[in-house]
Design a binder for this molecule. Structure first.
Ligand SMILES: [Mn+2]
Length: 318
């Protein structure tokens, strides 16, 4: 059986937070792959690589009324790009960008198949409302608006057709959670495993829960925020939080996802090249990204060097 193709998407959206640079991360990652002549065991089909970005002067800090001031066209476009990939039964690899891209990518997963397990690996729950958020950063809100009933959403999100059910989420690595989010997670009985829990109890309960839920769902959407990892790994990310996951923890979870053979969508977000102390530090994180991605996606039968055509760069603006 031919393995599914992984289709790379440059999800160059950084408007969900205040640091500049995230919209260049996908392009930087691709040039790292070129430069290092990495042999990757997943396909990146350049002709299908696309980019969605926000280039406007919107405020980067929002309240509810302000959400309607944002141009959501890039999110809508990103969702449509994901639709096409999922329709072909390939795997979308959405390389961020900030985590707000998930309003588009998870929406696409849900409208492709509502029976999708969302594994959200993150230091943060990203489940604030615009009213409750301390920072007003939209990248801290996608889960809240994904779960919201369609008719209650702000007008700017009227293109979103699906609602995420709390039971289809599994959070791993949480530690920097706001009181509003803790109450929401507990009230809605959302599965979450903090990094403290994993440090104390090991990973077995997490893997067991993920395997159990993987069986209940048809598809898996893996939404991975680099800040789930401990900052000792030099993460180049905007909102690091101490006491994070070990790399091995994430490998184990990703391998569990690969073994299920149900991965359809994959966000890899919040690596900001502008926050790297050196090129070597950035290359190290991109090297880790390659290994992590390979752990989660189906292996090709014969790994081959990836060749990048000119057009991949034509599609990605720096
Ligand atoms: Mn996040």
């Amino acid at each position: 059986m031919q393995s599914k193709q992984v289709q790379f998407v440059g999800a160059n959206i950084e408007v969900g937070q205040t640091h500049k640079g995230l919209s260049q991360s996908a392009a930087q990652f691709l040039s790292y792959l070129c430069k290092s002549k990495k042999s990757v065991s997943f396909d990146i089909n350049s002709e299908l690589s696309v980019t969605a970005e926000v280039r406007h002067k919107s405020p980067r800090s929002f309240r509810k009324q302000d959400l309607n001031q944002i141009d959501f066209s890039a999110y809508k476009k990103l969702a449509e790009i994901n639709d096409k990939i999922l329709q072909k039964r390939n795997i979308a690899l959405n390389f961020g960008g900030d985590h707000s891209i998930a309003v588009a990518t998870v929406e696409a997963s849900l409208r492709s198949n509502p029976k999708t397990h969302i594994i959200w690996i993150d230091a943060h729950a990203d489940a604030n409302s615009a009213e409750q958020s301390f920072t007003g950063s939209f990248h801290g809100m996608p889960v809240y608006y994904l779960m919201m009933n369609r008719k209650n959403r702000p007008a700017c999100m009227d293109w979103m057709r699906s609602s995420l059910h709390p039971a289809q989420i599994t959070y791993v690595g949480l530690r920097d959670i706001d009181p509003f989010e803790i109450k929401l997670l507990n009230d809605l009985q959302i599965d979450y495993f903090t990094s403290d829990f994993i440090r104390t109890n090991g990973l077995k309960k997490v893997i067991d829960r993920i395997q159990f839920k993987n069986k209940l769902f048809d598809n898996i959407h893996l939404s991975f925020d680099i800040d789930s990892l401990d900052p000792k790994y030099g993460l180049c990310t905007g909102v690091p939080a101490l006491g994070g996951l070990e790399i091995d923890d994430v490998f184990h979870i990703f391998e569990t996802v690969r073994e299920s053979n149900k991965l359809t969508n994959f966000d890899f977000v919040e690596v900001n090249p502008k926050l790297a102390n050196s090129q070597a530090e950035l290359d190290q994180i991109y090297g880790l990204a390659v290994q992590l991605i390979q752990a989660a996606v189906p292996a090709k039968s014969q790994p081959s060097p990836t060749h990048f055509k000119e057009e991949i760069y034509a599609n990605l603006s720096y």
